[in-house]
Design a protein around this ligand. Structure first.
Ligand code: ATP
Length: 301
């Protein structure tokens, strides 16, 4: 199998991987494949094992048991990491170097690096090339860190919480850049605490909790599988509506009170049959956030 060949469809493969840190089992018998062309969203609560999985794929750590393959070989062999780009969770940039110098410095390690002005423009850093990185805002530093993952025209990019701490505009700018890089051929694995980020970017979702893969499917399938529907309404007898059969959970916000249920038709039928007063009824499907809660709340799985 050639690491350059377009015939290689599986870019990375994790097989029955367990990784322990002393008493803690960070990954517990995890198996998954990263195939060319995807944007894979890795979702899970704090401490679920997402970063550990990325460090194994980067060859920074070895599994306690099981195997990790990158481009058909070991991620610990430098040649196999040539087509891998990464942005770690923490941004660490040499404070006195200018933005352009940092991009140049990383670029010289690659035979066909993206020219510095082109990369800077792509990530909205064009006007900052002569600025020392120490003077950049948090959002600008984050954009630079993500940009650096793409310098070497990688086939696979691992982004660990790339937009944490960014405001909405900065996040959207980065999403657009990541999407363009994906359209240009990069396969992307992204971890995030922002469910809307995974929903906006990913076509495949892997949900991890306590080191185990709970779900691994297309975004639409993961949402459909838990298929919670939302029934939003106003009423002065919410206490009684809450107890109708089929209500899984409720939430109150400006739009009214929302009841979550597997079967909204049955709940609305029950509601009408009960004769309880209600107004402004609206029914809609689950968002990824609700799907995720359902998957990680054990009593609901
Ligand atoms: N170097 C380490 N030494 C000891 N325990 C570790 C180490 N790295 C990770 N762990 C533990 O392994 C588990 C998984 O951690 P990991 O960082 O992979 O989770 P995560 O899903 O990336 O979390 P977060 O979303 O908070 O970044 C946690 O219990 C964590 O405390």
């Amino acid at each position: 199998m050639s690491i350059d060949g377009t015939a290689v469809n599986t870019l990375a493969r994790v097989t029955n991987v367990t990784r322990r840190f002393g008493e803690v089992t960070a990954l517990d018998d995890v198996s998954l494949e990263i195939r060319s062309g995807q944007i894979v969203g890795l979702l899970g609560p704090n401490g679920a094992g997402k970063s550990t999985l990325l460090t194994l794929l980067q060859g920074l750590r070895r599994p306690t048991s099981g195997t990790v393959e990158l481009f058909g070989g070991s991620p610990q062999v430098a040649a196999n990491r040539r087509l891998l780009g990464c942005t770690p969770q923490a941004t660490a940039l040499p404070e006195t170097l200018r933005v352009g110098e940092v991009i140049d410095f990383v670029g010289v390690h690659f035979a066909d690096a993206v020219p510095t002005p082109e990369l800077a423009e792509e990530f909205g850093l064009g006007d900052l090339l002569r600025r020392q990185t120490g003077s950049l805002s948090g959002g600008q530093k984050r954009r630079l860190s993500v940009a650096l993952a793409f310098v070497g025209r990688p086939r696979l990019v691992l982004l660990d919480e790339p937009t944490t701490g960014l405001d909405v505009d900065a996040r959207h700018t980065l999403w657009e850049a990541i999407r363009r890089q994906h359209d240009a051929g990069a396969t992307v694995v992204i971890t995030s605490h922002y469910l809307e980020e995974i929903e906006a970017l990913a076509d495949r979702v892997v949900v991890i909790d306590h080191g185990r893969v709970l779900e691994d499917d297309s975004l639409a399938t993961v949402i459909a599988r838990v298929s919670l529907r939302q029934v939003t309404l106003e009423s002065d007898r919410l206490d009684l509506i809450e107890n109708l059969p089929g209500v899984v959970r409720s939430r109150v916000d400006a739009a009214g009170t929302t009841f979550y249920t597997q079967d909204s038709d049955a709940l609305v039928t029950e509601l009408v049959r009960s004769g309880l007063p209600f107004a402004n009824l609206a029914v809609r499907g689950a968002t990824l956030e609700e799907a995720f809660l359902t998957l990680t709340e054990k009593e609901l799985v």
